[in-house]
Design a protein around this ligand. Sequence first.
Ligand code: NAI
Length: 353
Amino acid sequence: MKIAFFSTKQYDREFFDRVNKDFGYEIVFFESRLKDRTAPLTKGFDAVCVFVNDEINAEVLKALNEAGVKLLLLRSAGFNNVDLCAAYYNKIRIARVPAYSPNSVAEHAAALMMSLNRKIVRAYNRVRDGNFSLEGLVGFEVHDKKIGIVGTGKIGVCFAKIMLGFGAEVLAYDPFVNPELERLGVKYLPLEEVFKMSDVISLHVPLIPETQHLINEGSIKGMKKGVMILNTSRGALIDTSAVINALKSGQIGSLALDVYEEEANIFFKDLSGQVLQDDIFARLLTFPNVLITGHQGFFTDTALLHIAQTTLSNMRDFEHGALKPGNEVTCDRLKLKTDCGRPCGRADKQVNP
Ligand code: NAI
């Protein structure tokens, strides 16, 4: 079986080559993203393997179908970059890595929170420069603060436990209450209440139509003045322009991002020798109370190994006609098949599913 890998870096090759010794697939690594212009490269492959910023839209899926591709392997948990309807109509199955290491992202969110709160980056730069002044470095104690978690799935649960370890009061919103967290003392409240009461708000929800721009001008107004916001989930959960206005007014006290709405053109590349073209992102970088990392929440050795093992196991399960239900992504899972309201693969309906 032949698999074409897109958006690959040296670390992908290293971990997949290591794990593939047990599977023996024929793998070709491409550095470029999968999009309409690179889709023809998939001709003759049985499967393609992609990451979060590949664009798996209806056009690409049609091209994959024509190239003979039968399976789309996601090296991620999130699948917001895939047109699920179009995949269905083009007879392409999809498998993801539902949980490669939720601790990796939760721990990164905690690291961002503490670095931002205790101004570690500013302090580090000052000390290296021989400046030992503490002016402007005052932080807060997380102990007894109210930490609001939106989305208590796999990552949200890990983050909640870390925050409980700090002695924080943890508030949460999720359509599904987690009884274990409740037993540990987490208080589930309506979303507006979590926004209103929290000193820190951390987002751990998938990007779906209902969560797009969850943080917007209106919701920000309902938050505590000076709130800290953490987003390690998906960039488009936040309306970045609204957040910039709120940072300027002081309504948002600080912001840490591991994801950005328009990250596809920026993240995972070395652009240090180039002029940054994204003015909104450039504005974010000017704030002393904004800390940004380039989508590295998942980036631990444990997670990379799990991603490689699960991805190649998905390939093997597909070969044996037994994709795991929790790993397979279908339109039905999100009830989007008939009423997602997005332009999608319906144009390809002539391809019988
Ligand atoms: P999960 O599927 O285990 O949990 C998501 C939770 O969100 C579920 O409990 C669900 O009920 C809840 N939810 C759904 N809609 C909601 C809404 N409207 N309001 C509140 N809660 C809602 O997902 P997991 O593994 O915890 O991942 C969360 C997100 O983290 C992923 O969707 C992905 O976008 C992001 N992620 C980021 C990574 C990074 O490197 N920064 C790596 C992996 C995931």
